[in-house]
Each structure stands twice: as structure tokens, then as C-alpha cells.
Design a binder for this molecule. Sequence first.
Ligand SMILES: NC(=O)c1ccc[n+]([C@@H]2O[C@H](COP(=O)([O-])OP(=O)(O)OC[C@H]3O[C@@H](n4cnc5c(N)ncnc54)[C@H](OP(=O)(O)O)[C@@H]3O)[C@@H](O)[C@H]2O)c1
Length: 296
Amino acid sequence: MYAVVGATGNTGRPLAEALLARGARVRVIGRSAERLRPLVEKGAEQFIGSVEDRDAMVDAFSGARAVYSLIPQRLDVDDLRAYQRKCGEAIAHGIKKAGVEYAVNLSGIGAQHTEGTGSIAGLREHEDRLNAVVGLNVVHLRGGYFFENHLHGIDMIKKLGVAGSALLPDLSIPQVAARDIAAVAADLLLELGFSGSSKRELLGERDLTMREAVGVLGRAIGKDKLRYVQFAYSAAEFAMMTMGVSQGVAQQLIEVSRGFNEGRVVPEEARSAENTTPTSIEEFSEVFAKAYVGEG
Ligand SMILES: NC(=O)c1ccc[n+]([C@@H]2O[C@H](COP(=O)([O-])OP(=O)(O)OC[C@H]3O[C@@H](n4cnc5c(N)ncnc54)[C@H](OP(=O)(O)O)[C@@H]3O)[C@@H](O)[C@H]2O)c1
């Protein structure tokens, strides 16, 4: 039995689908039966509960040999690091009490640093927390910048005619499809060939600048001249807040951008066949185009 946290999200959903397609028993964890239903229809067992709830995580993981864990993204909390800590402690407690032997945990590039990287430092803290669970075999998947982040820019493109963030326009960074992270997680979970604590960086098909990525996405929606605009940190924080993001979360996300721009959020390894993943931004642009017209 595999327990999948965040089973309706960017990485959890394709992971749960991949495990089910290979005939595995899967328990999908989320807060809404309606959102979990497509997975239940494919044979998954559902568990409704919050990752912030320690007792719920014990029940969610009981009987599972392996867990896929992540700290779900939240945009509305005042203190993002405290929220990450609460979820992380509940997950670690559940793993310990339920006697889970294996975990694949979603982290991010830049997690080699314990500060100066915003919410990524919270992911690092969670790596350390899971590494301290006696007897747990755990792999931390350190993903690059998700392609899916570009979907949050659709509203801005429609309203302002540009795509923008606080990231430098010409900084080449690893950008990766969430489904490729899910595919690696599925292989690791089906084989259970890892022991102790380890990490694996997943860097996408190639490094990309924001200008280049936005150019490809623009062409996919028929806007050949779509421009990427870098916002000042204060303007980006303000823009996020007008979209309903709390100030505390906006500040953490700005610190992530600053971490990229100042060279802290970088991979530790050189690019290799092992950390390169298949999906290109050109392939993802088809998903983007569907989402742009409301079919995603
Ligand atoms: N975006 C990036 O570039 C990037 C890069 C590297 C690492 N990361 C890390 O990746 C993680 C997010 O992974 P993801 O994108 O796969 O997940 P996600 O899409 O943010 O969320 C996964 C699911 O978690 C569920 N959820 C939310 N709050 C919950 C709660 N309190 N209890 C139980 N379930 C809850 C939601 O489903 P329901 O609403 O159906 O419950 C959501 O669909 C974060 O830790 C982020 O820091 C992100």
C-alpha cells in the first residue's frame, strides 16, 4: 500500500495515476472527496484529512509501506514557515507512528541552504526532519522551478498583456514538468530500492530563462510578441497581495526569487542524464494553451 499526500495536486495526481496504472494499492490523501473522486474511480482508496493534523496523518499512513510526502502550497497563511513546520511535523509523526519504512519526499533545488531561500528553507528543514526518523528510508526529490508556475501568470497575460515576476529575465534556471517528478517518484516507489537518506535533483529538459519560457508559451497562445517583464521585489510583493496572497507568503516567495537571482537557488550537481527529465517547455506549452482558453 502506498499513501500519497497532495494527491489532487501537481505531482501527487500524476504519481497516484502512475501507481494505479501499474496495479499498486494506493491511498490518496486530500481534503475533498469530490476532488479525489477521479482517482477513486481508478481504484484508489481515499483518505480525507488535513496534512496539518498529526493524528489524521497517523491514520492516513497506517498500513502503508511507503509514503509520497509533500508540504502543500498555501498562499493565505500569515506565517508560511510556521505552516510548513506544522505540516512537516504532522507528516513525520504519522510516518513514525504508522511504522512507514519508505518515503519519497518532494523538496526543491536550493535546499542545500538553511536560510536565504524563503520557503525552500522550510523544505530543507523538512528534509532534516525526515532524515531524523529512525529506520526510515527516504529520498528527497529536489525539483527545479515547476512549469506549472507559469499557469499562475495567465490572469496577468489576459489583463495586462505581459508575463512577469521578480525573477531576472535572462537568468538560466532549471525548469521542470511536475509530471516528470511524479514519474521518478513512481519508479522509486515501485522499486523501493533505496536505503538510508538520499537526495536527487530533477532539473527539467534544459535550463531556461524566463524570457525564453514566456516566448515559447506566448507563441502557443498566438501571442508571438508576449513579453516577460521583471518586477521590482516590492512591486511583485504588492501584485501577489492584490491577487489574494498573504503578505507573509508573498515575502517568502520574494525571498525564493531573490535566492534564484542571487545564485543561492541553484542545483548542487552538474546537469547529467540522471537529473535531466524528458518534458520540454514546448511540450508543456500545449497544456498552457489549453489552460489559457479554459480547457485545462
Ligand atoms: N512550484 C515550484 O516551482 C516548486 C519547486 C520545487 C518544490 N516545490 C514544492 O512542491 C510542494 C507542492 O507540491 P505540488 O505542487 O505537487 O502540490 P500542490 O499542487 O501545491 O498541492 C497538492 C495538494 O495538496 C492538497 N492540500 C492542500 N492543503 C492541504 C492540507 N492542509 N491537507 C491535505 N491536503 C492538502 C490540495 O488538494 P485538496 O485541495 O484536494 O485537498 C492540493 O491539490 C511545495 O512544498 C513546494 O514548495 C515547488
